[in-house]
Design a protein around this ligand. Structure first.
Ligand SMILES: [Zn+2]
Length: 353
C-alpha cells in the first residue's frame, strides 16, 4: 500500500542578505509538494505563513453588503424575475423549459462556453455570507443538476462529460452576488477532468485498484488531512493543492453522476455547507468549486465522483488578485495555510452542533 501513493516533498534553499534582519545572510527553505496522482506541484515557504494578510486582506463586509444592495434591483434571479428574464430549453428536451426543485431553478446560460451550459439559481436570497449556505438550499440545486444530467444523457448518449461548478462573488469570477451554480458539459472532457481520468486509468492498470478509494484509505491511516465524512462523501484536504484552501470530497462508491441518488447528494450538500461554514470562520468570503464525474454510463472503475472546493481572494476595495503568473502560467499553486493546518481547522465545522 505505502508505495502505491507517495506524498513527495522536494526542498530548496534560497539565500540572500535580508534588510529586515540587519542585512544578515538569510536562508529560507522552500518546500515543493507533488500530487501523488498528477504530479501537480505546489509551493510552501513557511516564512510566508505570518504574511498571509499581505496576500489576503480581510473581507470588507460593509462593501459586500453595499454591492449586494446596489445590484439587487437589477438581479434576474431575485423574486419571480427569472420567470421572465431567463432563457428556456426546448420543450422536448426539458419539459417546461427549466428544471425546478423548490427555490432552485436551472435554465440555459445566454452565452454558453460549452455544448451544454446551464445556470442554476440557488435559493431566493440575493447575498449570503458563507455560513448561510444551508443544506436544503444546496441540495435543491444538486437535485436539479442531477435530474438535468440524466435528462441530457438519455436524449444524447454522446453527452458523457459533465461538471457542476460555482463561482461566488466578484474575486471568484461571479458576475452577480446571487448564489448560482453552473452545469457545464459535452462530448469531450475539460482539460483537468481529462488529465484526472487518464491518470486514474494508468493507476488502475498498474495497481489493479482505484486511486480514489486508495487515497481515502491512505489519508484515513495518516489522519493529518482528513476532515470528516458526510453520507457517502469523505472529505480531506489535498496534499498538493490546486488552489487556496483546497478541500476534496470523494464519493468512494460512485463512479458517475448517474449513480448518485438523493441520499448521496444530501451527504455531499452537508459536507459542502460545512466547508463553507469553516471557510467563513476563517474570514473567507469567496469560493470556486467543481464536482467531477466519470464519463456518464461508462461505469469507469478507475474514477470516483469528487468535489473540489477552493477559496479565492477576499472582497475588499482595490484587492489584488490571488492568481498571478505562478498559478496561471507556471501552473504551480502557492500554499499559505498548509493542508494539514487547514484540515484541523475545518474539522470543527464538521462536528455535529
Ligand atoms: Zn438576486
Amino acid at each position: 500500500m505505502s508505495e502505491k501513493i507517495r506524498f513527495e516533498k522536494h526542498f530548496q534553499k534560497s539565500t540572500f542578505h535580508n534588510p529586515m534582519m540587519g542585512n544578515k545572510l538569510d536562508t529560507q527553505e522552500i518546500e515543493i509538494r507533488s500530487d501523488p496522482l498528477t504530479g501537480h506541484r505546489s509551493i510552501f515557504n513557511p516564512r510566508l505563513e505570518d504574511k498571509v494578510a499581505v496576500f489576503f486582506g480581510p473581507s470588507d463586509l460593509a462593501l459586500i453588503e453595499r454591492l449586494a444592495r446596489e445590484s439587487e434591483p437589477r438581479c434576474f434571479l431575485c423574486g419571480d424575475r427569472w420567470k421572465m428574464m431567463t432563457p428556456t430549453y426546448p420543450e422536448d428536451l426539458v419539459p417546461g423549459g427549466r428544471v425546478q426543485k423548490g427555490e432552485a431553478v436551472l435554465f440555459p446560460n445566454l452565452f454558453p462556453v460549452y455544448q451544454v451550459h446551464a445556470v442554476i439559481r440557488v435559493g431566493g436570497r440575493h447575498y449570503l455570507p458563507l455560513n448561510e449556505f444551508s443544506v436544503p438550499m444546496i441540495l435543491e440545486a444538486f437535485l436539479a443538476s442531477g435530474e438535468f444530467a440524466r435528462t441530457l444523457f438519455k436524449a444524447d448518449p454522446t453527452f458523457r462529460f459533465v461538471t457542476l461548478n460555482g463561482n461566488y462573488l466578484g474575486p471568484a469570477g461571479a458576475s452577480i452576488p446571487h448564489p448560482h451554480f453552473q452545469v457545464v458539459g459535452g462530448d469531450i472532457p475539460f482539460n483537468s477532468l481529462e488529465s484526472l481520468l487518464a491518470r486514474s486509468s494508468e493507476y488502475l492498470n498498474r495497481w489493479s485498484s482505484c486511486y480514489w478509494t486508495d487515497l481515502v484509505d491512505k489519508e484515513k491511516e495518516l489522519e493529518a488531512r482528513t476532515i470528516g465524512r458526510t453520507g457517502s462523501t469523505d472529505w480531506i484536504t489535498t496534499f498538493s493543492p490546486q488552489g487556496t484552501n483546497e478541500v476534496l470530497g470523494i464519493l468512494t462508491g460512485k463512479r458517475d453522476f448517474l449513480e448518485m441518488d438523493e441520499q448521496d447528494l444530501r451527504g455531499l450538500a452537508e459536507g459542502f455547507s460545512a466547508v463553507l461554514r469553516g471557510y467563513h470562520s476563517l474570514g473567507i468570503s469567496t469560493f470556486n468549486f467543481s464536482l467531477f464525474s466519470g464519463p456518464l454510463g461508462a461505469k469507469d472503475g478507475a474514477f470516483r465522483c469528487q468535489m473540489r472546493i477552493i477559496s479565492r481572494q477576499n472582497v475588499y476595495e482595490n484587492y489584488r488578485t490571488d492568481d498571478y503568473f505562478l498559478q496561471k502560467l507556471l501552473r504551480n499553486e502557492l500554499i499559505l495555510n498548509t493542508p494539514e493546518s487547514l484540515a484541523s481547522r475545518l474539522r470543527e465545522a464538521f462536528r455535529p452542533s
